[in-house]
Design a protein around this ligand. Structure first.
Ligand code: FES
Length: 500
């Protein structure tokens, strides 16, 4: 074990007390609680600031300089660069702040009562209780999606949901867990709840609503219902006051769910006259490109490798996963989530590892191992195989080709893109320099911006609308099936090569 000494972490105002391994990066813990990292952990925005109530964190000795630059009082630390080394109590101001510090793209009109925004992820659920008069986050709850017992990847859920029995089981699991989170959010609070907005990928939407997932199991992977679905608490048999509106926002098409739709709203790309793109690397590698007049979107089959699927020692981004790899004096250095023994490698670690092996010559630009008899060793027990590198190349090729084809559809070029927003939890932790170096995105690094949990931010924004006028944005979006594009195969093969 790297370091098994436990320390106590108390998070206010959640009142949550956790035992964590000494040396664990703070961001590994609080991201799970819905904390967003607006600049992706670059230490430049201050959005992840935490207030020390007792104890201190360890940081790279930069906090005085950064606090001064960002105008923070001395008792604040940036969570993205902090390590937990002693018993500590922290207050997380993000739970009390206005929905978006930047209101140029979203100005909400305050209203009475309370709302709940819920991001139903394939792996994790995050729920926030919002005071609709101020936009303040009053409470946060997270949990693991209980459907994971039927497989961690999206296709295993679809397969389990093909039978009537399986579908009913998955529906009950997710509805019960969502209900539990809502009750926990309201526990002990004298508030009037008005609305709950749920967002999630198309499969999560269909399973929650009880729609047939069979068409999502085979080509051309269609949804059976593209409507926002509204419930009363009675419909769901939830123990809530009458009059609470519960809405699962609609998918866009195929595997492009309302998590992406919420991301479009959160990024403001639907209002931007310039060409921008939104990319979610989780699950299916969804890509949207366009501006305030027209957008095109596609799912690129880039997701599985980045979620650890099909990778020999792949795993999701959880304790024990190597999440970053670098070269230091020609030696391979790596970080393990939860500061414990490395058990496998997650998507962000995979990207870094491939970049490192290209850099030290263990891989050539075609992705072949210099020594075919060897494995690419990262940690004591963790390594990549030739097949893993090929899986990575397939994912990279699919993503990069997807973006190229969508840009072509709009009659534009990659250099016309003024900004690329990276959505989703996984995107938050990837090393952008390596993403660009490997040619996963052929875009200048300064144009790429990490959005954090954009699905949750978008769901919060939807709480402030009274009708379905927000769905107007969907009339501007065209879904493209990449397989049907005659140039896809050629572009895909070309993009599988590395650029350095
Ligand atoms: S400063 Fe930590 S996420 Fe921006």
């Amino acid at each position: 074990m790297k370091n098994s000494k436990k320390i106590k972490l108390r998070i206010e105002p959640l009142g949550k007390e956790l035992l964590v391994n000494k040396g664990t990066p703070l961001k590994d813990i609080i991201f799970e609680y819905g904390v967003e990292f607006p600049c992706g952990g670059e230490g430049t925005c201050g959005g992840c600031k935490v207030k020390l109530l007792a104890g201190d964190v360890k940081d790279p000795g930069k906090h005085e300089e950064l606090n001064y630059k960002l105008g923070l009082e001395p008792e604040y630390r940036l969570a993205c660069i902090s390590e937990l080394v002693e018993d500590i109590t922290l207050e997380i101001p993000q739970f009390e702040s206005i929905i978006l510090a930047d209101n140029t793209q979203f100005a909400f009109i305050p209203r009475e009562n309370y709302g709940i925004a819920l991001d139903i992820g394939t792996t994790t659920l995050v729920a926030q209780l919002i005071d609709l008069s101020t936009g303040q986050v009053m409470a946060v709850q997270t949990s693991r999606n209980p459907q994971t017992r039927y497989g961690s990847d999206i296709m295993s859920r679809v397969l389990h949901g093909l039978t009537e029995e399986g579908s009913a089981e998955l529906k009950k699991l997710i509805r019960d867990e969502t209900h539990r989170l809502v009750k926990l959010l309201l526990d002990g609070k004298d508030v009037t709840l008005k609305k709950i907005v749920l967002v999630g990928n198309s499969v999560m939407h269909h399973l929650f609503c009880g729609f047939n997932v069979q068409p999502l199991s085979m080509y051309p992977f269609e949804t059976t219902n593209n409507k926002s679905t509204e419930y009363t608490s009675k419909d769901l048999r939830w123990d809530l006051a009458d009059g609470v509106k519960i809405i699962f926002a609609r998918p866009i098409a195929s595997f492009i769910g309302s998590d992406i739709y919420a991301g479009i709203i959160a990024s403001g790309m639907d209002k931007n006259p310039h060409l921008t793109a939104l990319i979610d690397l989780g699950t299916n590698g969804e890509v949207v490109v366009g501006n305030n007049e027209k957008m095109v979107c596609a799912s690129t089959a880039a997701g599985p490798a980045f979620e650890g699927a099909n990778i020999h020692m792949g795993m999701s981004a959880m304790s024990g996963a190597i999440s970053s790899v670098s070269l230091s004096n020609s030696q391979i250095d790596y970080h393990v989530i939860g500061n414990q023994e490395a058990l496998g490698i997650c998507g962000s670690g995979l990207i870094d590892a491939v970049a490192v092996f290209l850099q030290n010559g263990a891989l050539d630009s075609g992705g072949a191992l210099a020594n075919q008899d060897e494995r690419l060793k990262i940690g004591e027990r963790v390594y990549l195989t030739q097949k893993d590198v090929r899986e990575f190349q397939l994912a990279k090729g699919a993503l990069s080709a997807g973006l190229q084809i969508l840009v072509n559809k709009l009659g534009r070029t990659l250099s016309d893109i003024t900004r690329v927003y990276i959505a989703g939890g996984f995107g938050n932790f990837i090393n952008l320099e390596n993403v660009v170096r490997l040619g996963m995105l052929e875009i200048d690094e300064y144009k790429i911006q990490k959005l954090g949990n954009s699905a949750l931010i978008g769901a919060k924004m939807l709480l402030f609308t009274d009708d379905y006028s927000f769905e107007n944005v969907l009339t501007k979006i065209e879904h493209i099936s990449l397989d049907a594009d005659e140039n896809f195969q050629d572009i895909f093969v070309e993009k599988m090569f590395f650029t350095e």
